[in-house]
Design a protein around this ligand. Sequence first.
Ligand code: PLP
Length: 362
Amino acid sequence: MRDFIYLDHQATTPLAPESLEAMLPWLSGPEAIGFANPHSMHRAGRVAAAAVEVAREQVAQLLPKGGRVIFTSGATEAINQAIRAVPLGAIALSAVEHSAVVNAALASGAECQELPVSKDGVVDPDVDFPEGADLVAVMQVNNEIGTIQPVARLAERAHEAGALFLCDAVQGAGKLPPPEDADFIAITAHKLYGPKGIGALWVREGLSIAPWIHGGGQESGLRSGTLSPALCAGFGAAAALAKARMDVDFQHLSGLAARARAILARWTVNGSESARWPGNLSLRLAGLNFPRLLSDCRTIAFSAGSACGSGTGAPSRVLTAIGLEAVEARNSIRLGFGRYTTMDEVETACHALDAAATAQGC
Ligand code: PLP
């Protein structure tokens, strides 16, 4: 029995029991052969390699048909690989991208230009791309405010402009159908009830890319390093489960979000009310002191809507991009619901948060 209510599913998700079970045979000690290197030629190695390929196919089922799935250590690595995959002169990226995209783009040496978002936190599908952009990067679902971006249209327009399209689908993978028409898609297991430490880069069929991590030539020479059959199997099982439960999970989260919204009716939603993933509720209340709320509600795991809550002092880039004043950004919280969150937990947490806010004089 948990002694806290976990409402931080954008940060990470709990491991699905099915994912854990799929990993166990590959975490064996000397008495069983599950520890074998999947790149070894002997029988045990080939058995492990077969498990990796089953997992690759399960993960591929969450992604567009065709294309290649390259296993990585997570989405940050996948994003870095995509940005270094082809020579780039200029990158256009949305103003609400995750720091993995922002900092990988900046570090690439390419010229970086921001695509603005509306006050709803959505990129205009007809936004002008900067002249000469050869990569456009827009995420599927925003991690801070949950807004869903028109990525299919943006990808189509990027191609018309002669640019490639990278989609960080970390928060949408296994929850929504995959982005269409992208050239690169980055995903990670730990946001879809799989293990931490593994993710994937999907690359459109026919696109030739440069190796990223150099070494023994694993992953067809594109990403060297010994794969973990346990992590692959856990990712694959989580992906298969997410695919099978996509509608059920969506309905469950929609019900939780509607109830939370009703209890917290006096709070303002950050970003679009309609173009949003129901597992993410980003809210603000005038005068709210986030550190005090976190301390008063310490049995609830939730986040600030702003980086100041994590100690940097700066207001959130995403919340300021949608036009919030720094003070409004600091008055924000993010509630993240998940597959295993119960209605009872949502009601208890929302009443407790609202009462604690009232006690602050908000
Ligand atoms: N992109 C988004 C939208 C995320 O939410 C995260 C995780 O916080 C990442 C990228 C990075 O993923 P990983 O933790 O697998 O490196």
